[in-house]
Design a protein around this ligand. Sequence first.
Ligand code: Z5A
Length: 214
Amino acid sequence: MKSKFIVVEGLEGTGKTCAIQQVITTLHSYGIHDVVSTREPGGTPLAEQLRTMIKQGVGEDLITNCTELLLLYAARVQLVESVIKPALTRGAWVVNDRHDLSTQAYQGGGRGIDKQLLQTLRNVVLGNFYPDLTLYLDLPPAISLERARARGRPLDRIEAESLSFFYRTRARYQELVASDPSIVTIDAGQPQEQFLAVIRDQIEQWLITQEIPQ
Ligand code: Z5A
């Protein structure tokens, strides 16, 4: 059975954590037990250090948009080359919390970095490496941020951005999703039980198209 790379995307507070668990549970029910779950930025010792820098900053040093972008790609390429590709090669499936679509949406939409530049950088760093399936969890930022902030922990650099930053990020997500058939949009505003059932159905339907028997 050919291994696959599945990504879960969306603004914070959209339920990615529960969605990933549901994806993995569904894969297990199809006899797919060798599943590697990881996150971006992060997932390797180096990439986790970059994650801390990106989220917390480094002292008084102001992180520019371009620096943030390059740190994100440094973390991504480290994860892809040292964890994701080796896992896929040995036959494991990989389920990622975020991947390149986050950069296109947050740094492209939120930060306003030029789309063409992002595409060029993506192509240089990742080449023809793409997810097989992406689940995009969609929710208006006012609701997703309220959910995330209800957890009561201090906000990091990106979480502390304005509401308009997250509206621009969501708008870019929606634009990109509309033009890519490998991305499925899930309404993240549904009651949790229904939300998890939809995730399960989407994965099952997709497994059928991949000719993976139950
Ligand atoms: N970032 C970037 O800018 N560019 C990039 O290229 C990449 C990332 C890769 C990563 O931080 C930050 O980096 C992120 C984007 C940026 N910053 N922001 N903002 P992170 O990994 O720490 O944060 P996150 O990815 O956004 O994760 P999160 O905050 O944990 O979100 P989540 O996993 O989607 O949320 P959750 O923990 O599953 O759910 C949140 C709460 O909602 C929780 O209490 C749930 O019980 C509740 N919930 C979940 N589903 C429901 C439903 N259906 N109804 C009601 N309540 C629900």
